[in-house]
Design a protein around this ligand. Structure first.
Ligand code: AHR
Length: 511
């Protein structure tokens, strides 16, 4: 057994946790929309054709804002194709994923689905094959109350009140050579700045996200951020980060993926703050980590990629990764990393939501189920509210090929000041043994005892997963080893595990 120790100090504040940290992403890709959230022939479909079992799971997951409609898809998308009478909407090719887009679900339908799941729309504009004029036209269509041809067209299309989209992405992954309309940082920075200034001329309170790097291993990483922010600093509010991790056989490094995410966030905030200093600005640019997840991208590149001039399927099975316990533990550790930067990461999107690298899976005409990654997300989204607290643990380290020596245990906590409740999130990266964790509780803040519960995700078989045949093989389980003794909490963390500990004050705080 390894040992680890941490202290909860309610003064060690990182920052307020923005609910948008628990956002997600729906792209017109594979079976995310069609045969995912939307399946009119399904016995559980509602009047709009949306699966109510999926709506219930999305609500249970607790996603706050949903980025839409892409992703790589948005860089070749004409938004006008997806509004108006369905029978008049054109069928188009999607060059990003080599599929056919029917446009059966568009902006209006997606907003109705968002209303059903209770999430905010985060809308991306196409700065790949299109530019500033089309972005402005979409903005006017979506957000102007009435009185112009576009606003009136929206009303005629069934939506009298504006969509009032508050947060917008200025394109997608424009640093990536795979992106339609990919360009240099200088060229993209100019287009993004021009588009952002024009959008803010319409509404200065819009929140705009400029594209950062598609991963920290991009050859242009950090210089891309410096250049695009130098062009657009005054006009944008966030810079994006995207990161996907996969187990390539080096489990030790995979379990330490949070180290890369941490380095990514620190590098981008440093670069943004450098531009701020050079400009003498008093405005701070925050991070929208609007694509993050485990993704077996090598499987897509080598096996599933669609090709062929005459081969453009509708809603094929693409990027349908089946997540293991080890994947979910790494996934949970990424959530810990995001929370450790809650002061600067004020928006994030789990990519994606249904069927495509997703926490929720469906079968056409059949069942839906929770992947292993569903559990850390749902627990954290439900309970990590209020202020993020720095609780940096003391633990042994282990060697990794990619990141050198890495601490076995990582953790973060949150404090809800309205209730005094504290949530602690801990990952144990040890593969050889469990870790006995001791936590010094903030007993002076709450002189009474805390009611303590803990749930852990782990398994003797770290390759176990949930799937159609066995949809409930993996779930969170109560961790019954948790105990408190005065101001000290003790808990055993199994090897390769993710744990949530909830502390609820039993006596009201007295002045
Ligand atoms: O989420 C899948 C894809 O990953 C997105 O379309 C793209 O933005 C990223 O490369």
């Amino acid at each position: 057994m390894h040992i680890a120790h941490l202290t909860i100090n309610t003064s060690a504040r990182i920052g307020a946790i923005n609910p948008r940290l628990f956002g997600s992403f729906v792209e017109h890709l594979g079976r995310s929309v069609y045969d995912g959230i939307y399946e009119p022939g399904h016995p559980l479909a509602d009047g709009d054709g949306f699966r109510t079992d999926v709506i219930d799971l999305v609500k249970e997951l607790g996603v706050t804002a949903i980025r839409y409609p892409g992703g790589n898809f948005v860089s070749g998308f004409n938004w006008e194709d997806s509004v108006g009478p369905r029978e008049e909407r054109p069928t188009r090719l999607d060059l990003a994923w080599h599929t056919t887009e029917t446009n059966e679900v568009g902006l209006h339908e997606f907003q109705r689905w968002l209303d059903a799941v209770g999430s905010e729309l985060m809308l991306a504009v196409n700065l790949g094959t299109r530019g500033t004029p089309e972005a402005l036209e979409l903005l006017e269509y979506a957000n102007l109350a009435q009185g112009t041809a576009r606003a009136d067209r929206r009303a005629a299309n069934g939506r009298a009140e504006p969509f009032d989209v508050r947060i917008w992405c200025l394109g997608n992954e424009m640093d990536g050579p795979w992106q339609l309309g990919h360009r240099s940082a200088d060229d993209y920075g100019k287009v993004a700045a021009q588009t952002a200034r024009a959008m803010k001329a319409f509404d200065p309170d819009l929140e705009l996200v400029i594209c950062g790097s598609s991963s920290s291993s991009m050859p242009t990483f950090a210089e891309w951020e410096r250049v695009v922010l130098t062009h657009a600093y005054d006009a944008v509010d966030y810079i994006s980060c995207h990161a996907y991790y996969e187990n390539t056989g080096d489990l030790a490094s995979f379990l330490a993926s949070g180290i890369d995410m941490d380095h990514f966030i620190r590098s981008v905030t440093a670069t943004a703050d450098h531009v701020k200093a050079v400009r003498g600005s008093d405005k701070t640019i925050n991070i929208s980590f609007d694509e993050w997840n485990i993704w077996y991208n090598s499987r897509y590149e080598n096996v599933d990629k669609i090709t062929g001039v005459d081969n453009w399927p509708i809603a094929p099975r693409l990027l349908e990764d089946e997540y293991t316990v080890a994947d979910a533990v790494v996934f949970g550790s990424l959530l810990i990393t995001l929370l450790k930067h809650a002061d600067r990461v004020t928006s994030a999107s789990l990519a994606q939501l249904v069927n495509v690298i997703a926490p929720i899976m469906t079968e056409p005409g059949g069942a839906s189920w929770r992947q292993t990654t569903f559990f850390p997300f749902a627990a954290t989204a439900a309970n990590a509210t209020g202020i993020a607290l720095d609780v940096t643990p003391v633990s042994d380290s282990y060697p990794t090929e990619r990141f050198g020596d890495v601490p076995l245990v990582d953790a973060v906590a949150s404090l809800d000041e309205s209730t005094g409740s504290i949530a602690v999130y801990v990952v144990n990266r040890a593969v050889d043994a469990g870790t006995s964790l001791e936590i010094d509780l903030p007993s002076r803040a709450h002189p009474g005892t805390y009611a303590v519960t803990a749930r852990t995700l782990s398994d003797a078989d770290i390759t176990a997963s949930n799937n159609r045949e066995n949809p409930e093989r993996v779930a969170l389980a109560d961790n019954t080893t948790v105990s408190t003794d005065g101001g000290v909490l003790r808990i055993d963390l199994p090897a390769v595990s993710w744990t949530e500990i909830l502390l609820t004050p039993q006596n009201p705080v007295t002045a």
